[in-house]
Design a protein around this ligand. Sequence first.
Ligand code: MN
Length: 246
Amino acid sequence: MTTLFISDLHLDPARPEITRLFGEFVDGEARGADALYILGDLFEAWVGDDDPSETGAFVAEKLKALADSGVPVSFMHGNRDFLLGGDYARRAGMALLADPMRIDLHGRSVLLMHGDTLCTDDVAYQQFRTQTRDPAWQAQFLSQPLAARLAFAQQARAASQARQGELREAGTMETITDVSPVAVEAAFAEYGVDTIIHGHTHRPAVHDLDVGGRPRQRIVLGDWYEQGSVLRVSSQGFDLSTLPGP
Ligand code: MN
């Protein structure tokens, strides 16, 4: 049996063809899997479970049908959809996972993460993350009217794009927005695993590393901007591949 991992779909009403591709994946390949893990940034933005977007309703319907067919679906928050709550998770039939989460995967102990906590060189982002993951901040934010929350999300997105432009101009985009090797080594050491699976950086790859004299692997999932991306893991091994775009 095969366990499937995806992340960074960034589903958004503006890209309906990718939402359709996701629907086909959930109705198709995922039906034959023994579990589906979504490691964050399923949605481009999420301002609360009362978000009325069609995309959210469609995704919940697809995932609920998958879960009801007997395939467990698990979701870990990303930096875009960290406000996805228990109400929506129930509607979608998915379990909410803490970040990081250690699981047993075909006899191997594996650490799952979204990946943003490994990007410790991005100090400004880590400050934003600390602030917005604070339960008091979240309660205050969620108490605002939907329109105000949507406006905030739009503003945050514009600020993030402006900052990426600045980093690109300064030539530090590649290093600042990727994982820090020090943080990666620390995670392997702290959790005692030989494999980490994460997304977030949109740099799909399998990195063979030596940490503390042991061979380890860091598997990075790809995004779903132009195509799909999936990691399949079975007792035979794993395969990180692209799903043809629409
Ligand atoms: Mn992310």
